[in-house]
Design a protein around this ligand. Structure first.
Ligand code: HEM
Length: 146
């Protein structure tokens, strides 16, 4: 069970990051070139939103089946070394914060009156979310860098 969920979370991360990068770059291009906001732009932003939410669900399950998640906090309280703190606290919390930003960006973009402003909301909020996620990814575990 643990292995399957962790593998899923680990591979799905590539799609999540790829979709977020595509959405942010697409929004920056739209913002700077005064393009119309088309169905394609909507779909790109929506897919990035759905992918991050799916990763959130898998991440929450992983948090409770992994010995490096909730169990780590139960056993050690807040006395964690930096590698354990990254997996048990920083990565999950910053990940959730990032997804909140992305969700706010999605709902705000829908209320904008011009395409430029809609692109702007996606670029800003998805961009912040992407940077937050990247800042707290367990890169060493992910790519087996030891
Ligand atoms: C938002 C996007 C997220 C991305 C792109 C992401 C990506 C990753 C990656 C690449 C790993 C390393 C996997 C490996 O060692 O092969 C990981 C580990 C982990 N993630 Fe996430 N994650 C995200 C959100 C979350 C959230 C929201 C939670 C929990 C609420 C979470 C919980 C965990 C846990 C507990 C681990 C460590 C599992 C272990 O090594 O036993 N993740 N994540």
């Amino acid at each position: 069970m643990y292995d399957a969920i962790k593998t899923l979370h680990s591979y799905f991360a590539y799609f999540v990051l790829l979709m977020l990068i595509v959405a942010v770059v697409n929004a920056i291009i739209g913002f700077t070139t005064n393009k119309k906001f088309t169905a394609k732009d909507l779909r790109i932003s929506l897919f990035a939103l759905i992918f991050t939410h799916l990763q959130l669900v898998v991440g929450i399950i992983l948090y409770f089946v992994s010995l490096k998640g909730f169990t780590m906090i139960q056993q050690n309280g807040m006395k964690l070394d930096s590698a354990s703190r990254l997996l048990a606290l920083e990565h999950p919390l910053v990940g959730i914060l990032a997804i909140i930003f992305i969700t706010i960006g999605w709902s705000k973009h829908k209320k904008q009156e011009t395409a430029k402003r809609a692109y702007g909301k996606i670029a800003l909020f998805y961009g912040i979310g992407l940077l937050l996620i990247l800042s707290r990814l367990p890169w060493k575990d992910w790519w087996n860098l030891y």
